[in-house]
Ligand binder design. Structure first.
Ligand code: HEM
Length: 158
C-alpha cells in the first residue's frame, strides 16, 4: 500500500471514530432520559376533560351498559360530579397534580352486579374516546393498564 493511500485510510478511520463517538454518547443519554408523565403526554387536565366528555357520551349511547347509567344521565348535578370524579381519577392515575376524592372503586360499584362483559364494554368505550382524540397506542396502553387492576373491585359477577 502506498503512503498516500495509507494516509487516507488513517484519516478515514479517525473521522469515523470521532463522528460516531458523540452519537453513541447521545444514544445512551437518550435511553437514560425520563419519559414525560402520562398526564403530560395525554395533554393535561383540559385534554382529560375532553376525553371524559366523549367517554361518557359513548357510554350513554352504549346499549350494552347504558341502563346502569340512567339515573346518572338523568340528573345534571350527579352527572357533573361523576365526570369530575372521573377526570380527577384519570389525572391522578396518570401522574397529574389532582387528587381523586370519590369513593373507593369497591364502594362505588357495590351491589351493581357488574359483569366482566360490562367492564370490557366500558373499557372499549374509553378506548374509543381516546381514539377520537388520537391518543397514541403507548399512552392508551398505559392508561388502560393503570385502570385494569381496578377490575377485581368493580366486577361482581362472571
Ligand atoms: C375501569 C373501570 C371503571 C372506572 C375507572 C370507574 C370509575 C368510577 C368512578 C370514579 C365513579 C364515581 C365514584 C363516586 O361517585 O365517588 C364511578 C361510579 C359509577 N360507575 Fe364506574 N368505573 C368503572 C367501571 C364501571 C362499569 C363497568 C360500570 C357499569 C357498566 C360502572 C358504573 C358506574 C355507575 C353506575 C356509577 C355511579 C355513577 C353516579 O354517581 O351516578 N363503572 N365509577
Amino acid at each position: 500500500m502506498n503512503k498516500s493511500v495509507l494516509g487516507v485510510l488513517v484519516i478515514a478511520v479517525l473521522l469515523v471514530g470521532v463522528s460516531s463517538a458523540p452519537l453513541i454518547g447521545q444514544q445512551s443519554a437518550m435511553s437514560g432520559m425520563k419519559e414525560k408523565s402520562l398526564y403530560d403526554r395525554l395533554g393535561k387536565k383540559k385534554a382529560i376533560r375532553a376525553v371524559v366528555d366523549e367517554f361518557v357520551s359513548r357510554v350513554a349511547g352504549d346499549a350494552r351498559i347504558n341502563k346502569m347509567f340512567m339515573a346518572t344521565a338523568g340528573d345534571a348535578g350527579r352527572l357533573k360530579k361523576f365526570k369530575a370524579n372521573l377526570v380527577n381519577q384519570i389525572c391522578e392515575a396518570s401522574g397529574g397534580p389532582c387528587k381523586y376524592k370519590g369513593k373507593s372503586m369497591k364502594a362505588a360499584h357495590m351491589g351493581m352486579g357488574i359483569t366482566g362483559t360490562d367492564f370490557n364494554a366500558l373499557v372499549e368505550d374509553l378506548a374509543g374516546a381516546l381514539d377520537t382524540f388520537k391518543v397514541g397506542q403507548h399512552e392508551k396502553d398505559q392508561l388502560l393498564g393503570a385502570l385494569g387492576p381496578m377490575k377485581s373491585d368493580i366486577v361482581e359477577k362472571m
